[in-house]
Design a protein around this ligand. Structure first.
Ligand SMILES: *[C@@H]1O[C@H](CO)[C@@H](O)[C@H](O)[C@H]1NC(C)=O
Ligand SMILES: *[C@@H]1O[C@H](CO)[C@@H](O)[C@H](O)[C@H]1NC(C)=O
Ligand SMILES: *[C@@H]1O[C@H](CO)[C@@H](O)[C@H](O)[C@H]1NC(C)=O
Ligand SMILES: *[C@@H]1O[C@H](CO)[C@@H](O)[C@H](O)[C@H]1NC(C)=O
Ligand SMILES: *[C@@H]1O[C@H](CO)[C@@H](O)[C@H](O)[C@H]1NC(C)=O
Ligand SMILES: [Cu+2]
Length: 348
């Protein structure tokens, strides 16, 4: 479906201010259990999603290698312009960007997309771990020098090549066939790192969002502050609201955002497993498909994965410890130096 120019302008203007299924064993060494459900469909062995900063070098390498694998596999969806399996995920985001941002579907859809990415890495690329997240509260104001951008054990630096192309790191040679935005052009992964854009991810901003009393007030806060910040601190392709999954850092950022939503949900369980609000589209426009019109989001709404993985309902993704999803978030462990023992004496 071709979105109108008017719609494009609306979404561009919002920028980011709006805005597991069955696992299979694989051949690699295992450092995380496979998620599994017992006969009653209960989630018994949860994948442990940890902070990138708390992965060992071997774990980081395994994740980066699996992403490279996904980028080397051919598309299975045949969606327009998709060449690789990595592209399939970009397309599922790009083609419905107008109704999965700035509305009630924003957090549920991105939770599903993170799990789809994790599932493909595990099922199709032999990845043994879980989807890691970027703990952004500790990189506020210093994203440009953080270990996430390491050229060997990270995602490469911030677009120092011509046209802002990333010029080092594992993904420097990846050729995108999607973006910018709705377009499908052949382009590099490009970035434009900004430390000042990262402040929406500060602990103070996160705390403010987590204190919101309802989903209706929590999601706009999460989307406007920490969500906007991560995208725009990295800049370039990942700051494009439509084609952002073209930068693999997208998954580290959105998994952190998903953790924040879960942290908020966990403050009032089980009530917040059913708290959904907002519309099913951020824009009121007759050009949108009737099913995605300006109506209230509900637990029964179907989230469309465009054939990349199975569709899910909003209800299916409300609980990360359910039948469809089965994982947990491990909190970031700060450096030991930040918590000196009280009994330590400088002269003793
Ligand atoms: C990079 O971001 C800065 C602001 O942070 C902006 O002034 C500059 O135009 C951007 N560069 C590109 C190539 O978009
Ligand atoms: C919260 O985020 C905004 C940007 O959304 C930033 O300007 C502000 O400095 C942040 N506040 C704190 C206390 O970090
Ligand atoms: C949609 O949600 C709003 C806000 O909660 C509520 O006031 C309104 O009645 C709902 N509309 C429908 C048709 O359920
Ligand atoms: C996924 O959901 C969309 C939107 O409801 C629907 O059109 C599509 O047929 C569904 N796909 C599958 C495989 O069920
Ligand atoms: C977590 O990461 C921080 C920052 O890299 C490090 O100082 C700390 O030791 C790590 N903790 C664990 C348990 O890995
Ligand atoms: Cu998005």
């Amino acid at each position: 479906m071709r979105l109108t120019h008017t719609l494009l302008c609306v979404l561009t203007a919002f920028s980011f201010e709006l805005g597991a299924a069955t696992p299979t064993p694989f051949h690699g060494h295992s450092f995380a259990p496979s998620p599994s459900s017992d006969m009653q469909g209960k989630c018994t062995q949860k994948l442990q999603r940890r902070a990138w900063q708390n992965l060992s070098r071997a774990e980081k390498k395994a994740y980066l290698d699996a992403e490279l694998c996904l980028m080397s596999l051919p598309t299975k969806t045949g969606l327009p312009a998709a060449v690789t399996r990595f592209d399939d995920l970009i397309k599922a985001h790009q083609m419905q960007a107008y109704w999965v941002h700035g509305d009630g579907w924003f957090l549920p859809f991105h939770r599903l997309l993170m799990s789809a990415h994790e599932l493909l890495l595990r099922q199709e690329c032999g990845y043994a771990g879980a989807q890691p997240y970027w703990e952004e509260t500790v990189t506020v104001g210093k994203v440009s020098t953080c270990e996430l951008l390491d050229p060997v054990y990270g995602f490469g630096g911030g677009g120092t090549g011509p046209g802002g192309c990333i010029s080092d790191g594992p993904f420097k040679d990846y050729v995108l066939h999607t973006g910018p935005g709705e377009e499908n052009t052949v382009q590099c992964i490009h970035r434009n790192v900004s430390d000042t854009n990262s402040w929406g991810s500060s602990q103070a901003n996160v705390t403010e969002c987590l204190q919101k009393p309802s989903f209706a007030t929590a999601w706009p806060c999460l989307e406007k502050r920490p969500h906007w910040a991560g995208h725009n601190a990295i800049g370039g392709e990942v700051a494009n609201p439509i084609s952002s999954p073209g930068d693999p850092l997208f998954y580290l950022h959105h998994t952190w955002l998903d953790k924040l939503w879960w942290n908020w949900q966990a403050l009032d369980l089980p009530a917040r497993l059913e708290d959904i609000a907002g519309h099913t589209s951020s824009v009121k426009n007759p050009a949108l498909p009737a099913d995605y019109s300006f109506v209230n989001a509900t637990l029964d709404d179907v989230l469309d994965m465009y054939g990349v993985v199975a569709n899910a309902t909003v209800r299916d993704v409300m609980d990360i410890r359910g039948e469809r999803l089965c994982f947990e978030y491990v909190e970031y462990q700060p450096p030991a130096e930040e918590n000196p023992k009280k009994t330590w004496w400088p002269w003793g």
